[in-house]
Design a protein around this ligand. Sequence first.
Ligand SMILES: NC(=O)c1ccc[n+]([C@@H]2O[C@H](COP(=O)([O-])OP(=O)(O)OC[C@H]3O[C@@H](n4cnc5c(N)ncnc54)[C@H](OP(=O)(O)O)[C@@H]3O)[C@@H](O)[C@H]2O)c1
Length: 293
Amino acid sequence: MSSSTKIGTFLLNDGTRIPRTGWGTGTALFKQDVTDVTALAIKSGLTHLDTAQAYCNEDSLASGIATSGVPRSSIYLLTKINELPEGKTIRDTIVESLQKLRIDTIDLFLIHSPLKFRGEGKKSLQAAWRALEEAKAEGLAKSIGVSNFMIEDLEDILETATVVPAVNQIEFHAYLLDATRELLEYNAKKGIVIEAYGGLSPLFRKTGGPLDYPPPFNIQATYAGGSATQGQILIKWLHAKGIVALTTTSKESRMKEIRATETLPDLTADEVKAIDKAGSGQHHRAYWKGILP
Ligand SMILES: NC(=O)c1ccc[n+]([C@@H]2O[C@H](COP(=O)([O-])OP(=O)(O)OC[C@H]3O[C@@H](n4cnc5c(N)ncnc54)[C@H](OP(=O)(O)O)[C@@H]3O)[C@@H](O)[C@H]2O)c1
C-alpha cells in the first residue's frame, strides 16, 4: 500500500471536493470513545471522517484527530443532526458540534434523516433545510447535505431551497440497486452526490447471495486490475458509479486494505456490469428497515 497515493475526490455542486472513500464512527463505534481508533484510521491514511450528533463521539473523534498529529487541513470531516433537542435551534446544535469537534467550520453538515423533521409536514422539513442554508451562509459549514432522503423528501425541500444539497448519504450496495434506481437517477439529475454506507453488506450481512466468493461470483479471479480483496472490488464498484464509499472498521489491517483501494486500477465497464447483474433482483436492507424501501 502506498499511503502517498492521494485519495481521489468527487466534485460537489458547490465547487468543493469530497474524498471518495470515508471512514465512519457509527455502527460498532456508536457511543464509544473513538480517540484511539480514529488516530489509527488517520495514520492508516483514512482522512475523510464521518460522525453524527447521535453517535455521541464527536468529542473523542476530535481527540483522535489531535492525537494523530495530522493537520486539520488534511482531514475531511462531516457530522449530522438527527433530532432537535427541546429548546434548541439547529444553529445551536451545529455550534455545539463544532465546539465538540474543536473547529470553526465543518466540511459537510447533513440532516441525518428526514423523519424527525417532519413534525408539521413538509414545512418543518423545509425550515430545517433553511437552517442549514443559513449555517452555510454564516460559514459554519462549507457544504450542506442530507442523509436517508428519498425522492419525495428531496422534492419537498427543493420547493423552497436556495441551495441544492451537495450530498445524500444513503445505504447503498449491489443488493439495493433495484430499490434505489429511481432515487439515484433523481440525485444525479439534481447534481447531488451519493455517499454510500453499508456498501460491504454483500460480503458479510447478506451471505449466500450471488456476490459471494468463492463462486458462483468470481470477480476477484477475473479482475483485470490484478490482486484485490472482494471488499476493495465493492468499493471500486461504488467509485465507478461516482459514489463515495463510506465504510468502517476497527482493525488496522482492514484500514490499510480500504486505503489501498486507491492504488488499484478502475473496474472495467464489463466488471461493473457483472456486479450490477449479480445485484439486480436481490434485496437486502440493514438500516432503517421497514421505513425505507
Ligand atoms: N447516515 C446513516 O443513517 C448511517 C447509517 C449507518 C452507517 N452510517 C455511517 O457509515 C459508516 C459505515 O457503515 P457500515 O457499517 O454500514 O459500513 P460497511 O462498510 O457496510 O460495514 C463495515 C463493517 O464491515 C466489516 N468488514 C469490513 N471488511 C470486511 C470483510 N472483508 N469481511 C467481513 N466483514 C468486513 C467491518 O468489521 P470489522 O470492524 O471487524 O473490520 C465493519 O464492521 C458508519 O460507521 C457510519 O459512520 C451512516
